[in-house]
Design a protein around this ligand. Structure first.
Ligand code: NAP
Ligand code: 3JM
Length: 349
């Protein structure tokens, strides 16, 4: 019998959109898994979920839930992470948090493994997983930053409703039925759960994701701006973002303009460098109408890039289209990759 080390894991938010995807990737055995503990709010506690054909009972997440746990995944909202991450760390677990609660804390590494796995060794028991829209953008732009220098990013997003949880997905389904039956659409979740007004998402586009800040940007836009500078390790990088929700279930798309350091780079050279990135797939051929879409990328782990063009006025400007499954690379898979990288670097106690 082998006595190789296995890792006991807890998944807080196991019954949610992100948690369910984490379970799928854990079943692929990304590193040797020991016991699995599924945690939720009292609403789902007691329900049964199968992991590797074994039926597990979901338990209520509490401060005492983390005894004997090596790695604790959190995707149950910022307030749950604020309440329970300290307890997980105190119990000796390493916490990987999918919420925005600790991302900008200077003592917390914010990691996309293909971009900055080297930051993991600085952890003090907690790693933050970036926002979904940030993850796919920095993954695609990392090789450009490395090989051509990167000065400026202007991004507009086209984001799926699944990024706002299962309730938002249900809202799109219900409103679509209502609209097709010519009934009035009921809107209670989007654009942001905690805001005063709600607008229909079916057959619509909403230029608001998360709440507004005093500077006129939304929190989602500020997440993209601040997280990108932190992950790419460049305070002087200029970043602007406009985040838009679309009636799409899965995968975020982004129209991105960048300015690089080097002059005289062709679109073909730019494409070649993008395609060299780890986990990046270039799908770009106007002659055959080849480009990624939310539907073509859904269910996949990679980040897809197409529509690469050189700007017609600025020799150092380029345009590109970046698409990835927001619940996979944008959340669950990146989180599991962080755990895998921690194990590989021998950083789990
Ligand atoms: P969701 O589908 O609404 O699921 C929420 C999960 O959190 C459910 O398992 C729910 O359990 C659990 N939960 C809610 N309140 C809780 C409490 N007080 N104590 C313990 N568990 C509680 O949401 P989701 O889409 O999976 O997203 C979950 C969180 O992950 C988000 O709030 C966000 O912070 C983060 N997220 C990050 C990204 C990213 O960009 N990296 C993307 C999406 C989401 P019940 O079944 O009992 O209600
Ligand atoms: C994606 O209720 C909450 O605090 C969660 C809000 C949320 C977040 C967040 O801010 O953590 C919903 C969807 C995110 C995210 O990844 O930033």
């Amino acid at each position: 019998m082998s006595n190789a080390k296995t890792y006991n894991i807890a998944i807080v938010g196991a019954t949610g959109a992100v948690g369910q995807n984490i379970i799928t990737f854990i079943e692929e055995n990304p590193f040797p898994i020991g016991e699995v503990k599924l945690l939720s709010s009292p609403r789902s506690a007691g329900s049964k979920v199968k992991v590797n054909d074994i039926e597990l009972t979901v338990e209520e997440a509490k401060e005492t839930s983390f005894e004997g746990i090596d790695i604790a995944f959190f995707s149950a909202g910022g307030s749950v992470s604020e309440a329970l991450v300290p307890a997980a760390i105190k119990s000796g677990a390493i916490a990987i948090d999918n919420t925005s609660a600790f991302r900008m804390d200077e003592t917390v590494p914010l990691v996309v493994p293909e971009v900055n796995a080297n930051h993991l060794k600085e952890n003090k028991g907690l790693i933050a997983n970036p926002n979904c829209s940030t993850i796919q953008m920095v993954a695609a732009l990392k090789p450009i930053q490395e090989k051509l220098g990167l000065n400026k990013i202007i991004v507009s997003t086209y984001q799926a409703v699944s990024g706002a949880g299962l309730a938002a997905e249900e809202e799109l389904v219900n409103q679509t039925h209502q609209s097709l039956k010519q009934e009035e659409m009921t809107a209670e979740v989007l654009p942001a759960g905690g805001d005063k007004k709600h607008y229909p998402i079916a057959f619509n586009a909403l230029p608001q994701i998360d709440l507004f800040e005093d500077n006129g940007y939304t929190k989602e836009e500020m997440k993209m701006i601040n997280e990108t500078k932190k992950i790419m390790n460049d305070d002087t990088l200029q970043v602007a973002a406009t985040c838009v929700r679309l009636p799409v279930f899965t995968s975020h798309a982004e129209s991105v303009y960048v300015e690089i350091d080097q002059a005289g780079i062709s679109a073909d050279k730019f494409k070649e460098i993008i395609a060299s990135g780890e986990g990046i797939i270039l799908e770009d051929d106007p002659a055959t109408q080849t480009y990624p879409t939310p539907l073509s990328s859904a269910g996949k782990k990679e980040v897809f890039v197409g529509r690469v063009r050189k700007d017609l006025d600025n020799d150092k400007g380029f345009h590109l289209w970046i698409v990835s499954d927001n619940l996979i690379k944008g959340a669950a898979w990146n989180t599991v990759q962080i755990a895998q990288s921690l194990v590989e670097q021998n950083l789990v106690k």
